[in-house]
Design a protein around this ligand. Structure first.
Ligand code: SF4
Length: 358
């Protein structure tokens, strides 16, 4: 494969391999990359297919994709060309959880390598991601609309507009926070772009890789799903909690209020920290250290204060009283824990009556 001398690139091949979402990277793949037939049939591209699948598997397992050492142009091309392969595989599997998990893996890898970049490269990459920054003293100023557009899914208080240094329409961020904003932008971009439409030919060509990924995904889900609830009966959970647990499984990024409500509910009905952690590990943006900290805080192991689940009226105010049913409409129904206790008690009485009759 000969490089086309007519085409010039602003970024080096190494940078394109490190940041395969750049416009130059896409052009390089288009003009210098192998065709589908070559890619599938030529032994020379074995490593690209292997690395493409590895990107997806690592994202599923760790929520992060490892960097690979690159010593020459061939290594760099292998790494660069493996990116579209990973995207094809994610598109073929077409699973919401996988897409989110993969986006997390790519964006975590991105953040890690971006931290080693000089400021100028970081700013140029930021521009490509749609968040143009200007360096001023030790800070980067970002137009507030760009900031808002890229932080709508970041729910913690540190990202709230009211907590930012806002001056004349610009938000001033330190470099680490600017990098994290770029990471979020890449995450959202991948989630929006995938899955791409795939045809039968692609499904056929990558059938064995697809099967392996689906199997691995299934196993991971089984690991996460095997929570021993003991006496806890999830069938009797109130609709709001069922809905939030379902959304979490689907890969939807829940608000801080929703996570707080779920954690305190599960703790209040008797689940251990490990059991709650295991349930939350189904979320695509799951980070064990952060989740554990949040859970231990709410359950009182860190803060010393044991929190109680919010009442129905607070849940309504926070916009997380999802799909209330007839029982929710009862005049005396003021709390999701009351809902659960009522259903459990009713079930107990029914069981007792059956035993007495026997
Ligand atoms: S009324 Fe209460 S229990 Fe029912 S869905 Fe709303 S918050 Fe949950």
């Amino acid at each position: 494969m000969e490089n086309d001398p007519e085409i010039t690139y602003d970024w080096s091949l190494e940078m394109m391999a490190r940041y395969p979402f750049l416009e130059d990277s896409k052009r390089y793949i288009k003009h210098q990359g192998p065709g589908l037939k070559e890619l599938v049939e030529d032994r020379v591209w074995d490593m690209v297919r292997i690395r493409g699948k590895e990107r997806v598997m690592q994202a599923i397992e760790h929520g992060e994709i490892n960097e690979v050492p690159m010593s020459d142009d061939l290594d760099m091309e292998m790494e660069l060309f493996s990116y579209p392969i990973a995207r094809i595989l994610v598109s073929c599997v077409d699973d919401n959880y996988l897409t989110n998990r993969y986006a997390l893996g790519e964006s975590e890898k991105f953040l890690k390598i971006l931290s080693e970049e000089p400021l100028e490269n970081t700013m140029n990459i930021g521009e490509e991601l749609g968040i143009e920054g200007t360096a001023e003293n030790d800070q980067i100023k970002v137009y507030f609309i760009d900031y808002l557009e890229n932080t709508e899914h970041l729910k913690s208080t540190q990202w709230k507009l009211t907590n930012q240094d806002l001056r004349h329409g610009y938000i001033y961020l330190d470099i680490d926070k600017y990098r994290r904003l770029l990471k979020e932008s890449l995450f959202q971009r991948i989630v929006k772009e995938l899955p791409r439409p795939v045809n039968d030919e692609l499904l056929d060509i990558f059938s064995s890789q697809i099967k392996d990924i689906e199997k691995f995904l299934q196993e991971k889900r089984k690991d996460y799903g095997e929570v021993e609830f003991g006496e806890v009966d999830s069938e009797k959970f109130p609709p709001c909690i069922k809905k939030m647990l379902g959304l979490q499984k689907e890969g939807v990024n829940l608000s801080h209020e929703a996570r707080f409500a779920m954690t305190s509910f599960l703790h209040n009905i008797g689940l251990s920290v490990d059991e709650i952690l295991s349930l939350f590990s189904e979320s695509p943006d799951f980070r064990e250290d952060l989740a554990l900290y949040q859970i231990e805080h709410i359950t009182g192991e860190i803060s010393g204060t044991e929190y109680t689940m919010p009442s129905c009226s607070t849940m309504r105010t926070n916009g997380i009283c999802f799909e209330p049913d007839n029982l929710c409409g009862a005049e005396w129904m003021k709390h999701p824990l009351t809902y659960y206790a009522y259903k459990k008690k009713k079930d107990f009485k029914k069981q007792k009556k059956t035993e007495d009759e026997e």
